[in-house]
Design a protein around this ligand. Structure first.
Ligand code: BGC
Length: 509
């Protein structure tokens, strides 16, 4: 996932004075551990749930099924509890994100990150030290609380602390940290799977490293100037601003923050404002992007790649190695996105990726339909390798489009007064549908078999049509000009703009 509640413009602001100080870099690195932590949790569960030692201990029925030669190829891992191990984290994150949004506003980003790291540490201890399924699930729930708190605070922290001219890049960088976390998890699984019988404990325990770094690091970092000023600590806010910019004269930036905080305070109930027709375009788009992002099928791969690759006939090691390869593709393609998003534009990348992902899903579906019969042998080696190539092609398309842009657009299309509330909607929709995919994928694979790929392909067509007709381009548009330059010009969305109170001349922070 994830997200950036950018309380800033996307780089169109006049750059305020100030250097990229060492202090800012340290803060960014520490906050990055929050992204790594989340990515690690996304990537670790698939490998762990495919390890025999882990299955024998917690899911003996799945282990038995897996050994059964005549068992249906597609149903080896179909078990609601096994899926719950992965999915409960996202349900917990969804619930926690509501509380986190309040804590973040009332108590600041720093404290919210500290709370997140404590949740993470408890979660790591419970999962890595797990002796029964209850303890494991409880641990995953604590990790989920950590994710809910970190995903609310870290992106906000990053965009508030970054100098204006690198804010846009930092927005997508958070997504990059997540993909690096996923890759590290894939690598750890690859090595830990050969350590018996406790390799899975190592996989789950290593999550303690980013959690500890975030915990210790968050003592060192400062609160953001915006959060301090928002909570009436005006002088302290100015002091911190001087420190992070490394210059004495920060008046312009300070005034802008102050003004924006005052304007935002005038909107007493942002959630109510969000329900008005004028808020419909960014809200509908934010929610649809999150639902579509999950229905590309990406997390079927991120969570269950090792399981999927075993399904098509790889041995344990080859399946884990293939996941490492998809993880690498994910990281590098996200970097491509950082470069292209403000050049090629959002719409082009999203539409191009729809074609790329569609081709990959359909060909994978056809191969499995023809070659992988439920109770026959698995695919030939050549075919299985081709499936990995197709999955990489799919991940590549996702990682330079729907992954980062799914988060970028909701962060740049809401006006300041509903930005945080609107973004909270995006985060919770994402968590909800991530939960749905995590809980349902293995059962869907068992019921629909190769058809699952056509199911996702169908969604990709829907999202392509949506993007073509309903998603306006926002590249290079100042965040405060969205109404005039985007919604008022759009054949469909302009009808919601009749009401003038959407207009705002609030300056961005
Ligand atoms: C999505 C996550 C996904 C990740 C993969 C994010 O944008 O929100 O659900 O696991 O990309 O890189």
């Amino acid at each position: 996932m994830a997200p950036a509640v950018v309380v800033s413009g996307s780089g169109e602001n006049p750059g305020f004075e100030g250097r990229i100080t060492v202090y800012v870099i340290v803060c960014v690195i520490i906050a990055a551990f929050g992204g790594l932590m989340f990515g690690y949790d996304v990537g670790i569960s698939g490998g762990v749930t495919s390890m025999d030692d882990f299955l024998k201990k917690f899911f003996p029925a799945v282990y038995k099924k897996k050994q059964h030669v005549l068992e249906n190829n597609y149903c080896k891992y179909d078990n609601q509890f096994l899926q719950l191990f992965t999915s409960c984290l996202y349900l917990a994150a969804l619930i926690a994100s509501f509380a986190a949004s309040k804590v973040c506003t009332k108590a600041g980003r720093k404290l919210t990150m500290q709370i997140a790291s404590i949740f993470f540490l408890i979660g790591v201890i419970l999962t890595a030290g797990g002796v029964n399924l209850g303890m494991l699930i409880l641990g995953r729930i604590f990790l989920g609380f950590g994710v809910g708190f970190a995903n609310q605070a870290v992106p906000l922290f990053l965009s508030e602390i970054a100098p204006t001219r690198i804010r846009g890049a930092l927005n997508i960088s958070f997504q990059l940290f997540i993909t690096i976390g996923i890759l590290i998890a894939n690598l750890v699984n690859y090595f830990a799977s050969n350590i018996h019988p406790n390799g899975w404990r190592i996989s789950l325990g290593i999550a303690g490293i980013p959690a500890l770094m975030l915990c210790l690091g968050s003592i060192l970092i400062c609160e953001t100037p915006t959060s301090l000023i928002e909570r009436n600590k005006i002088e302290e806010g100015k002091k911190v601003l001087r420190k992070i910019r490394g210059i004495e004269n920060v008046d312009d930036e300070f005034d802008t923050i102050l003004h924006a905080c005052e304007m935002a305070k005038q909107v007493k109930d942002p959630f109510r404002k969000l329900m008005k027709p004028v808020s419909r375009p960014p809200l509908v788009i934010a929610i649809c992007l999150q639902v579509f992002q999950q229905f590309t099928g990406i997390n079927a791969i991120m969570f269950y790649a090792p399981v999927l690759f075993q399904t098509v006939g790889f041995g344990d090691d080859a399946a884990l190695l293939s996941s490492v390869i998809t993880g690498l593709v994910n990281v590098f393609s996200t970097m491509v996105s950082i470069y292209l998003v403000d050049r090629a534009g959002r719409r082009f990348l999203l539409l191009e990726a729809c074609v790329q992902m569609l081709v990959s899903q359909v060909i994978t579906g056809i191969i499995l339909l023809k070659e992988l019969k439920p109770t026959a042998d698995s695919l030939s080696k050549g075919e299985a390798i081709f499936v990995v190539v197709l999955v990489c092609f799919f991940v590549m398309g996702f990682a330079w489009s729907w992954g980062p842009i799914g988060w970028l657009i909701p962060s740049e299309t809401f006006p300041l007064e509903t930005r945080s509330a609107g973004f909270a909607f995006a985060v919770s929709t994402n968590m909800l549908f991530t939960f749905v995919i995590a809980q349902a994928f293995l059962s869907m694979l068992c019921r629909l078999q190769a058809g699952i790929f056509f199911f996702f392909a169908g969604w990709i067509i829907i999202m392509g049509v949506f993007t073509w007709f309903l998603l306006p381009e926002t590249k290079g548009i100042p965040v405060d000009s969205m109404v005039d330059k985007v919604w008022m010009q759009h054949w469909f969305w302009r009808s919601f703009m009749a009401n003038d109170d959407f207009r705002t001349d609030v300056k961005v922070v």
